[in-house]
Structures are given as C-alpha cells and as structure tokens.
Design a protein around this ligand. Structure first.
Ligand code: UN1
Length: 496
C-alpha cells in the first residue's frame, strides 16, 4: 500500500506544499504510506481555520461537545483494530500494544465526553451582601499539539480530547514516523461530526512543528517528545508568551527489596523494560536491587530476556517488535560501547538479532552498573536495562531519585511499612507498588518531576488545567455602589 496521506485543514483533506516523504515499516523496511508534508503556509492556513472555528466551537454548550466526543469513543472502538494495525506497521510495536494504545484514547474519549456535563468550577461566599462569586474554566483559543510516534494514538488523545471539551480548537502535528496513524485518528473526529476547522492536522518533520510553535495565533503548545526538542519548544514558545505543557522523558526504576515476590517482580520488570521495545517514556531502564535477592533475580531475568520472541508485530506470538527507525537503532547500539567503556557487564542481549530486515535489537541487560554512570543517567529509549545493587531501602530511594528525570518509579516488597515509606520518598510523578513502571490509566494525572516536564500534568482532572484558564466572576445584585468596589481592604470594618 502506498496511499498519499494528506493534511486536514478547515475540514478538507489537502496536499501540503512541503514535499512528500515515505513512512517506513521498521520491521520490513517497506513503505507504509507516502506523506504529504505541510509548509509554514499550510500551517498558517490550519491556524486560521482553527481560529475561525473557535468562534462557534467555544459557544457550543459543553454537553453538546461531549456528545461528539462520545461518538468519537464509539467510532474508535469500532476502528480499534484497523488503527492499531496502521500503528504497528508504522512504528513497530506489537498489535496487542497498539490495541492498548487505541484503548487509552477510547478511555480518554469517554472520560472527556463526560466532562462535558461537569467541567466543574466553584462558587465561594463573598465579602459583601447581595453579591455572588464563582470561578469558571474558560477556553483559551487555538492549541498546538505536538506528539511523538511511540504512543501515536494515546498521547494525542490526552491533549486533543481535554482541549476540545474545554472549547478550544486544535492544530495537531503527529510524529513524522506515525503520520498515517495520526491521520486515521483525525478521520475519526471528522466522521463523528466535529465541525470543520475544530481539529486540523499538519504533517512533516521539523518545519510544521516549528511554524506552530512560533505562530502568533497559537496560544498553547502541548508537547510530548524528546528532551532536546522539548526544551527548544519551551524556550521559543515562552519567549512569545505562550503557555506550554511538556512531557519529555524518563529514566524510570524498579526497586526490588529482599522480601519481594520474585516471580511477580521478574514478570513486571521484563515487560516494563522490554515491552514496546523499551520505547516508552515510562519504560523501566534501571533496576535497583537489594543485595540478597540479586543473584536469583538476575538469573531469572537473563533467562526471560533471552526467551523473548522478536519479530514483526503483526505476526502471532511475537512479543517484541523493532526500534522505530535506523537512527533509533544506531543510538541504542551506541550505548553498548558506552557501557563497555564504563566497565559494565552485558549479561543478556547487546546485539542485533540475526534477521534479514528491520531495525531490531535484542533485549539487553547490564550488570555492575553504578548510579552515576551514563547508562544509569541518560535516556536510551530502547530495550536496555541497567542493574544497580544497593544495601537498603534508603539507598534504593536515593539512587532512584538521583537522575535528571522523574516520571515513574516502582517498588516490589511485601512489607507495608517499606511500601509507604517509598510512596512518601520516591520523588517521581507516578509511583507503583508491586507493579511495573508502565500502565498509567487516563483518570489520574500523568507526568513527571524534574527534567521530565515543566510541572504540568496530562489526563484526569489535572489534564484540564493545561487547556483552560480560570475566569473569576463577581455579580453584584445590590443595585448600589458597595464600599468594597472603592476600597476592598478592611471590608468588614467599612460595611455600611
Ligand atoms: C509514553 O510512553 O509516552 O503508562 C506514554 C504507560 C502508558 C503511557 C505511556 N499508559 O506506560
């Protein structure tokens, strides 16, 4: 198949003037689709369409907006398998995982559709008689959504759905490796009856994203992706006075204490580290193990890592797909020499498997890692896990917290006191007890501390904060000039 994937601007699927590139299947190296890139002029047209559509969309009662999102949820459910297949072809993770990816968007669509009948603000008593006060969530305008390829449906849904229910309109730039998936996602909104211009998609690498960040008509940028790009987006957008939400990376750890349930820990570590070929920002890339359980745990993990079936994600029984592209493969492979130079022992994997085609890399386990080594500090974004030995819970927590990132962390222990101490002291945005570092659900805030983001959160109620501004409203129904209007200090003393 090699259809041309277009841009969706003002309710029309149009060719962009930024050239055409191929979206490549990382397992077969065949072309999945040709993608028509947007130029800055196309982005400008998309922002104008979104601005125009905002005039009416913000006035549509939120419960009506919610009804459209319910239809989005239904259509996504019907198309779950089709969209998942496109995503597996474009970015490589196995079908069960791309189905899970679409499911997160379905969950988010139902959740945010329901918000159409809530979007709670609040009232509070006011100081003067015959006066009323309330705080409302207000829409902001045009939102620029820039997302990566690793969760090509879920991550856009975390931004697009709350932004829409709150009354904003959107220009969406998906990761260039998953352009066809992004287009299939946007088609769902079109078919659900979203008015033209409310959601637009512009395709391409670099240029359209930059045009979106600098466009004066875009009020908010919501970005998920690499730290390097995220920080560039942040400083550029901030210099233009825009609101930015960032979600960038992780160096997530699982702590295993001596009293842990070994089998449970082995399974959870395996899928947190090697699921999605390690290409999740929530992936476990550090294993912090208490001394006593280490020999048994490492032995079981080595066996497990070696048993994982690698291959094309659309084929049955395959458990781990390829890395997303050649660049990603080279980056992951380069960390093998970084590890060797740091004196690390590669106890499983470390090589490209013997396959004709595709950007595959073996599930890899490093032993003898110390907390400040590069492999323990830098986000590798591949199936690579570093084991670090510690003596105590306190030391484990310290090692966990000592990275530039703070997305998710986990501890395996049967001791309730240790678990609660960990909840208190682990300084990440997400904490798991007896569960791997992945699998966040959409009804809770998602995001991280330190270099993972800029303090904003996605999903749950917190997700609405990114796409709304508070409007405080005072209604004076006294029919006269009350003193508080003139001087609101010491109001009670001045009451007439
Ligand atoms: C990501 O890697 O960017 O918690 C998102 C998880 C998924 C989302 C990951 N629900 O692993």
């Amino acid at each position: 198949m090699s259809d041309l994937v277009r841009n969706f601007i003002g309710g029309q699927w149009v060719e962009g003037s930024g050239g055409v590139y191929a979206s490549i299947n990382p397992a077969t190296e065949e072309t999945v689709a040709d993608i028509s890139s947007a130029s800055p002029a196309d982005v400008d047209a998309a922002v104008k369409a979104a601005k125009e559509a905002y005039k009416e969309w913000r006035l549509m009662p939120a419960p009506r907006r919610g009804e459209i999102l319910y239809r989005v949820a239904q259509l996504l459910t019907e198309r779950k398998d089709d969209i998942a297949r496109i995503a597996t072809q474009e970015m490589g993770k196995i079908l069960a995982e791309t189905r899970g990816d679409v499911q997160e968007a379905i969950d988010m669509a139902f959740y945010m559709a329901g918000e159409g009948r809530r979007l709670f603000g609040y009232t509070a008593p006011v100081e003067m008689p015959n006066k009323f006060g309330m705080a409302l969530r207000d829409s902001v305008g045009v939102v620029g959504v820039i997302t990566p390829w690793n969760f090509p449906v879920a991550v856009p849904s975390w931004k697009i759905l709350p932004a829409l229910i709150a009354g904003n309109t959107i220009v969406f730039k998906p990761g260039e490796d998953t352009a066809a998936t992004g287009a299939a996602f946007v088609k769902v909104f079109e078919d659900a009856g979203l008015p033209p211009g409310v959601l637009n998609i512009v395709q391409g690498a670099g240029v359209p994203g930059e045009a979106l960040v600098t466009h004066p008509g875009v009020r908010i940028i919501s970005f998920t992706g690499s730290t390097l790009t995220g920080l560039a987006v942040y400083s550029k957008a901030a210099s233009l006075g825009k609101k930015v939400t960032l979600e960038m990376g992780g160096k997530n750890a699982i702590i295993v204490l001596d009293d842990a349930n070994l089998q449970l820990a082995v399974d959870a570590i395996t899928w947190s580290a090697y699921g999605t070929t390690g290409q999740r920002c929530t992936a476990c890339s550090r294993l912090i193990i208490q001394k006593g359980i280490k020999p048994k745990l490492m032995e079981a993990l080595i066996e497990k890592a070696r048993s994982i079936k690698i291959g094309y994600g659309l084929e049955d029984a395959v458990q781990m797909g390829p890395l997303v592209n050649q660049r990603a493969l080279e980056k992951v492979a380069s960390y093998m020499s970084v590890a060797r130079n740091e004196g690390v022992k590669i106890v499983a994997g470390g090589e490209r498997p013997n396959m004709d085609k595709g950007f595959f890399f073996e599930p890899t386990l490093f032993d003898g890692v110390t907390p400040n080594m590069r492999v323990a500090q830098e986000e590798i974004f591949g199936p690579v896990l570093s084991a670090i030995e510690v003596g105590s819970l306190e030391e484990a927590v310290e090692v966990n917290n000592n990275t530039p990132y703070g997305l998710s962390s986990s501890i395996f222990t049967e001791n309730v006191n240790a678990a609660f101490r960990a909840i208190r002291d682990l300084s990440t945005g997400i904490v798991y007890i007896n569960h791997g570092t992945t699998g966040a659900e959409i009804q809770f805030p998602f995001g991280g501390t330190r270099g993972t983001g800029n303090g904003m959160r996605e999903a749950g109620q917190a997700g609405l904060d990114s796409f709304t501004e508070w409007k405080s409203v005072y209604v004076d129904y006294s029919g006269r000039l009350q003193r508080a209007q003139i001087d609101n200090e010491d109001i009670l003393g001045k009451l007439e």
